[in-house]
Ligand binder design. Structure first.
Ligand code: G6P
Ligand code: MN
Length: 445
């Protein structure tokens, strides 16, 4: 696990602990550049493993090649520039009157420009040291980073995100359908997709939900977007589309917030790592600190969006996460044991999502087996969604070009082309400010 000292490592390890099947994972190597984070995380995992017989062994290292050697699966969940970097991404964008968010709009572009060169280097190392491994990329912006890594790793890198699965599960629950029986017709890019239908034995159940205002407005996306807008779309968008459809409101809410999300998480995690890393703690203390911190993170997720929409608190059901690690485990199982599964993943689209080209990484349902993740043909997106998806893919391509060639002009283009950045002048100022802030952008000339 690259970024092995990262906060969400225990989610994945917890899923591995619950896997009692044949051929399960027996050994996990945590790789991280920060020894303090590794120590804290090793303690949390030891607390998790304590009551479990034959728990997967855990080792920790600061040597990338040592971590990669002999790996069957590589998890990549890194944060280039740390949460300080995220806080700066968000603050600088909001200062220019545009969205400052981890993955969407200007903030996401800055984060992508920092992360792509590092992700490409990691992909080269994987190709050299563990050429037979499957790489599961969680690193955000997940679609863009997966596309960068795919230049080296081809279809052996698969990107995952929990939000489409969470959305599908919420819709299924409202419809009284077992998510395992449902075909979720979801398509788009990471954090830019739509559920257009939910079919059970061939019958689309989504229209029944769209027609029922009370039920629609009883769940997270229904409250965020409002029943009327969902009916106008005839689909349920990924929650990240709230930043597009209600851009002014979300930008204002983020500007008025006491702290950005990144700054909140930076402070929260600083306290957690200090506590979990403190020597002489009783058994269980590190895990308890992690659990508390995680619960607070989940409860405050997208809080300003919900406030801007008057959506109220999150549902208890949405607080127990379970998407992220469940997708990861299901994906590994399907590949390692050839247990066929259908999962919504980020893979090269093979031209199935027109008009994007074959190399463009898209987020669509995939059939997964020992041969990897095979995207399934989906219905075309409606025009307005195609417009957004192609615009944002053009932005991603400009980021990839900027990172490959070190070109500031390409970086300006990435910001300027984004639908949520409304001026080339602002794009130029963003590049100046981000380059001045982040040492990781020194490559831009
Ligand atoms: C969702 C997104 C992830 C994101 C996570 C945490 O699950 O799909 O991409 O990393 O939320 O968001 P946060 O704001 O808590 O870092
Ligand atoms: Mn995500």
């Amino acid at each position: 696990m690259l970024g092995g000292g990262g906060f969400r490592v225990p989610l994945v390890y917890g899923a591995l602990l619950g896997d009692r099947g044949e051929g399960r994972v027996r050994h996990v190597t945590l790789y991280d550049e920060d020894p303090g984070r590794l120590t804290a995380m090793t303690r949390v995992l030891a607390d998790q493993a304590a009551p479990v017989p034959d728990a997967p062994a855990v080792t920790a290292t600061g040597d990338l090649d040592e971590a990669l050697r002999g790996a069957d699966f590589v998890f990549s969940a890194i944060r280039v520039g740390g949460l300080d970097g995220r806080a700066a991404d968000e603050r600088i964008a909001l200062g220019h009157g545009v969205l400052g968010q981890e993955t969407v709009g200007a903030g996401g572009i800055a984060y992508g420009l920092r992360t792509v060169p590092v992700a490409r280097e990691i992909a080269r190392r994987i190709a050299r040291t563990a050429p037979d491994a499957w790489t599961i990329n969680f690193t955000n912006p997940a679609g863009l980073v997966t596309e960068a890594m795919a230049e080296e790793l081809g279809d052996r890198v698969i990107g995952i995100c929990d939000s489409p699965v969470g959305l599908g599960r919420r819709i299924a629950r409202l419809l009284g359908v077992d998510p395992r029986d449902a075909w979720i017709d979801y398509a788009g890019l990471n954090h830019l997709g739509w559920v257009r239908g939910l079919r059970v034995r061939g019958r689309d159940e989504l229209p029944r939900l769209l027609a029922d205002t009370a039920t629609l407005e009883s769940f997270e996306e229904g409250r965020l977007f409002g029943a009327d807008w969902l009916r106008s779309l005839g689909a349920v968008p990924n929650e990240y589309l709230h930043y597009y459809y209600f851009n002014r409101e979300t930008v204002r809410a983020y500007q008025e917030a006491k702290q950005t999300r990144g700054a909140f998480l930076r402070d929260q995690q600083r306290a957690f790592y200090a506590e979990a890393g403190r020597p002489g703690q009783p058994p269980g203390a590190a895990l308890a600190a992690w659990d508390r911190t995680r619960a607070e993170r989940e409860a405050t997720y997208m809080a300003e969006n919900r406030e801007a929409a008057g959506a109220g608190e999150r549902d208890a059901d949405d607080l127990e996460s379970g998407g992220y690690e469940r997708v990861a485990l299901a994906l590994m199982r399907a590949i390692a044991r050839d247990e066929r599964a259908t999962l919504i993943l980020n893979v090269r689209g093979r031209g199935l999502l027109a008009p994007l080209d074959a190399e463009a990484v898209v987020e669509v349902p995939c059939l997964v087996d020992a041969g990897g993740a095979h995207p399934i043909a989906v219905d075309p997106l409606p025009d307005h969604a195609t417009g957004l998806v192609t615009s944002v893919k053009a932005v991603e391509r400009a980021v990839l070009a900027a990172a490959a060639g070190g070109s500031r002009a390409d970086a300006v283009k990435a910001f300027a082309l984004h639908p949520l950045v409304d001026s080339v002048t602002v794009a130029r100022r963003l590049v100046e400010d981000y380059a001045a802030e982040h040492p990781g952008l020194a490559y831009l000339r």
